[in-house]
Design a protein around this ligand. Structure first.
Ligand code: SF4
Ligand code: SF4
Length: 233
């Protein structure tokens, strides 16, 4: 198990690598792939994407649109000795069928106000394992599984996509780094400990239907929620 400082070091290195990734290479890849969306709507469903993670400004907007639009992001990262989980942000709620609550008739009902990840998807710029387990930089999520390819994209469009995608990835890492720093400070201040066995036992209870407390990082604070697995459908 890594310490908070070790987690922060890794995230800071990831951020430095992201900022150092060649702009020209990224733009060339975007142009060469020539992705275009055919508006199938599948990326707005859990079937295609596990959950829609929200940056802090997205969370504020989602709350202003509908206070019930958000839920603690799944994949709790840490648990203290009292069995309370911690996670770095919120995700969009889904309908029982797994579709985003803002999806209406296959179209986004808040398109002009959609969230950061919705704007950049399917573009990405981070290292990820492929189906063979090889970890490398990935630029398109679900390559060849959706949309159309070899579409001519002009230089300005490619440059805009590259800039917005990198900005999103940097904002995501920044939120993760601030989360880890806040955790480190909270655990030291409240004499909390992260015990992997407590995490595993509490997660087993959660998966069996028990209610658990999840503290969600938002704008420098941890917001407490009591949830059961039903919140994830
Ligand atoms: S907010 Fe709109 S674009 Fe984003 S996942 Fe929901 S329906 Fe899709
Ligand atoms: S981005 Fe892909 S999955 Fe989402 S609507 Fe467009 S083609 Fe479909």
């Amino acid at each position: 198990m890594l310490s908070f400082d070790e987690e922060i070091d890794i995230l800071e290195r990831e951020l430095a690598d992201l900022l150092g990734f060649s702009e020209e290479e990224f733009i060339d890849i975007i142009r060469d792939v020539g992705f275009s969306c055919d508006c199938c709507g599948r990326c707005c469903t859990r079937e295609f994407n596990g959950h829609v993670f929200l940056l802090e400004e997205d969370t504020d907007r989602a709350r202003s649109l509908d206070p019930d639009a958000i839920m603690p992001a799944p994949g709790f990262e840490v648990c203290d000795q009292h069995g309370r989980f911690y996670v770095s942000g919120y995700a969009l709620r889904t309908e029982p069928d797994g579709s985003c609550i803002f999806l209406d008739g296959g179209r986004c009902s808040i398109y002009d106000q959609r969230f950061s990840i919705c704007r950049v998807y399917p573009y990405m710029l981070h290292r990820e394992a492929d189906e063979t387990g090889t970890v490398d930089w990935r630029q398109i999520s679900g390559l060849n599984e959706h949309g159309c390819y070899n579409t001519p994209l002009d230089d300005a469009t490619c440059a805009r996509i590259a800039r917005e995608t990198r900005e999103y990835e940097a904002a995501f890492l920044d939120q993760e780094i601030r989360f880890q720093r806040a955790l480190r400070d909270l655990f030291a201040h409240e004499k909390l400990r992260y015990v992997r066995r407590t995490y595993d036992l509490r997660m087993r209870d959660f998966l069996r239907g028990a209610e658990v407390e999840v503290r969600v990082f938002h704008r420098g604070r941890f917001e407490p929620h009591r949830i059961t697995r039903n919140v994830y459908g």
